[in-house]
Design a protein around this ligand. Structure first.
Ligand code: SF4
Length: 360
């Protein structure tokens, strides 16, 4: 029962795939890096700042968060950590909506980002004017949006949910007889609808990274490595999800690598997550799920080009200049907080932890 809005595909400026791989495999020279990290540590202290990084950022950014007493997690948990930390400035390494979420939950703090150009195809697919008009056409429906949305879209929604709790929230709303508008990820929306039977109108957005995982190639890889378990993020296409041993949020997938006795895993999510998975489960073998078919004709090749825009150089620059500050107006903050709070209250009542542990 999904109605697709008349989405045009967003304009995405992608790096050359080989370029994004290079970022992963060719970090700054050790000496340069050590010098830069030393300067960044001083700046963090001088600016009373802490670095919070997303699981999908490049390993050298995540390592910097580890080395400087910062934090690595998903978007909501990054904001939660920032709230509990005493620092007055949060330096958020991720994509734009993550900086906004951190600001919404920490309006009293200064939130900086290494780059303001790092976007997200899900966020871009759901501009507030079109989304709001769509919601206005369906006033009888409860509006549920995924965390990967702008502050304005969160403010327009009744609920904000993460991938870890989406199923439970939608099941709860369906049990209450509510009809739903879901945005923006169509794959996650369809997955949730399939498992809950909820009456959902589903926005037509997609993650450019997860959308590229290929079921046919994954099947071949499974045949080659029959001992491997397949871990899939639900932003992936349904045929890929159907091949999964575990479907879950970033944190749930890290937990699976840590707790399952299997030695080899095929992972269908951004390969930036391997940094935390290796930390959580040293000795396990992690393989990227295939993207783009034979010949790897993929655009993102399992690594988000926007996440890769966060560099050590930008971290230093932003701390030194105070540029790239995130601002969200007070009314939008208040409305978005209300939608986020609904999820947090629900998770407390259900005793479901929507936050990662950081050590998953
Ligand atoms: S990996 Fe996908 S969902 Fe995450 S920021 Fe990049 S485009 Fe958005």
């Amino acid at each position: 029962m999904s109605a697709r809005s008349s989405m045009s595909s967003c304009t995405v400026s992608l790096r050359n795939p080989s370029e994004s791989r290079e970022v992963l495999t060719r970090p700054s020279s050790a000496i340069d890096r050590a010098r830069r990290v030393k300067r960044i540590k001083k700046l963090l202290k001088a600016e009373d700042a802490v670095l919070v990084a997303h699981y999908y950022t490049d390993p050298e950014i995540q390592a910097l968060a580890d080395e400087t007493g910062g934090y690595i997690s998903d978007s909501l948990d990054m904001a939660r950590f920032g709230h509990e930390h005493s620092a007055s400035t949060l330096l958020v390494a991720g994509v734009r909506f993550m900086g906004e979420t951190a600001k919404i939950l920490n309006p009293e703090k200064r939130v900086l980002m290494p780059t303001l150009d790092a976007q997200c195809s899900l966020d871009l697919s759901c501009p507030i004017d079109r989304f709001s008009a769509f919601c206005d056409q369906h006033p009888d429906r409860t509006v549920v949006v995924y965390a990967n949305t702008s502050a304005d879209v969160k403010a327009r929604a009744d609920w904000v949910v993460t991938s870890g709790i989406a199923l439970k929230v939608i099941q709860h709303l369906a049990d209450c007889g509510e009809k739903i508008i879901w945005a923006p990820d169509r794959y996650l929306g369809n997955y949730v609808q399939k498992h809950t039977g909820a009456d959902m109108l589903i926005w037509d957005g997609a993650c450019i990274v997860h959308e590229e995982f290929r079921a046919q190639e994954l099947e071949k890889l499974k045949l080659q490595y029959p001992d491997a378990k397949v871990l899939v993020h639900p932003e992936s296409p349904p045929a890929v999800i159907d091949l999964a041993d575990v479907v879950g949020s970033t944190t749930q997938l890290i937990t699976a690598v840590k707790t399952m006795s299997t030695r080899r895993f095929i992972v269908a999510t951004d390969n930036g997550i391997f940094y935390k998975m290796r930390q959580a489960a040293p000795g396990k073998i992690l393989m990227e799920a295939p993207t783009g078919g034979v010949g790897a004709a993929c655009q993102s090749c399992a690594h988000c080009p926007w996440m890769a825009m966060n560099t050590l150089q930008d971290v230093e620059q932003v701390l030194a200049t105070g540029s790239n500050e995130i601002r969200v107006d007070p009314h939008t903050t208040q409305m978005a907080q209300r939608s986020l709070q609904r999820m947090l209250d629900f998770s407390n009542n259900q005793q479901v932890n929507v936050f990662a542990t950081g050590n998953a």
